[in-house]
Design a protein around this ligand. Structure first.
Ligand code: A3P
Length: 286
């Protein structure tokens, strides 16, 4: 397992990743009914993965915490777990359709998403909240880095320079946004903040995107309860690869408003405006 930071095709990596697993992810060849979940880290990936597990495989899978194993239900393609890579885990998955997760920017994401137009759910979150959350994750998970515990300011500077795991949020978000908009039949954009605000509405969007029969509103309520912050924390606390990592943290939107140093609000918003210009999407990200 490679624990030293490295840069691959312009993208920064810290933690349990290797150039081999990054390349394997890029070249991954899946099945025609696979469903990808593409996100920048700390954007609500695990939440959406749990929601999709419930929608595709049944709520009883979420009710059975004892046998719940994330990588068997939704493989994380580019991770290296000892000798095994996420792509190997994907190839061992038995349920169909498979749910495959990747945090890669478009240049390193499985290229078949683009060439074969795989179904792809892309989760976006305000970069200020995602990077605030990522800073806490770096502190909690010392395995992820080979540099000293960064202060929030140091970490946000690194984020602006693209020197955190998976590189620059802005270089991740802009190409994904453009691709999603150009290919709406095979790509669905979900915003973390929208899911927080109106869970049922986003579930209806997912149902229609995935051609699933509509759930009753009672079932949606049950899904919401099973994927609440509290339920997910409990579930992942007993999951062998997730326990103790703090993947489920506070689960709030707009925490940056009270926790982000004002000078970084300015720096983040300036880069967001520079990246997206006068696009309406800017309002979601600042
Ligand atoms: P915070 O650290 O801001 O609380 P990812 O899964 O992409 O790593 O995202 C992690 C972020 O999603 C964390 O954000 C985490 O708390 C939040 N999250 C996880 N489960 C959630 C849920 N059920 N509802 C809302 N937010 C959730």
């Amino acid at each position: 397992m490679q624990l030293q930071s490295f840069v691959y095709d312009g993208v920064w990596f810290d933690g349990p990743y290797s150039k081999e697993s990054v390349l394997a992810t890029k070249n991954f060849q899946g099945l025609s009914d696979d469903i990808y979940v593409s996100t920048f880290p700390r954007s609500g990936t695990t939440w959406v993965q749990n929601i999709l597990i419930g929608m595709l495989y049944g709520l009883d899978v979420l009710e059975n915490n004892e046998n719940f194993e994330m990588n068997k239900l939704t493989a994380y393609l580019e991770i290296t777990l000892g000798e095994i890579t996420g792509c190997d885990l994907a190839n061992q998955m038995v349920r169909r359709p498979r749910l495959l997760k990747s945090h890669q920017p478009t240049n390193l994401a499985p290229q078949e998403i683009f060439s074969l137009k795989r179904k792809n759910v892309v989760v976006f979150r305000s970069p200020k909240d995602a990077l605030l959350s990522f800073h806490e994750f770096y502190h909690k998970n010392t395995f992820i880095r080979d540099f000293a515990s960064p202060t929030l300011g140091e970490f946000l500077d690194r984020s602006l320079a693209g020197q955190v795991l998976n590189g620059s949020w802005w270089l991740w978000a802009k190409p994904w946004l453009d691709f999603c908009r150009a290919n709406p039949d095979t790509n669905l954009m979900i915003h973390y903040e929208d899911l927080k605000e109106d869970f049922a509405k986003e579930i209806r969007r997912l149902e229609s995107f995935l051609n699933l029969s509509p759930m009753t509103s009672e079932t949606i309520d049950r899904l919401q309860a099973l994927t609440s912050v509290e339920s997910m924390r409990e579930r992942l606390d007993t999951e062998k690869n997730y326990k103790g990592m703090g993947v489920v943290n506070k689960g709030e939107a707009n925490r940056w408003k009270t926790e982000f140093p004002p000078e970084y609000v300015e720096k983040f918003d300036a880069l967001t405006r520079e990246t997206f210009g006068d696009d309406d999407i800017v309002a979601k990200f600042i």
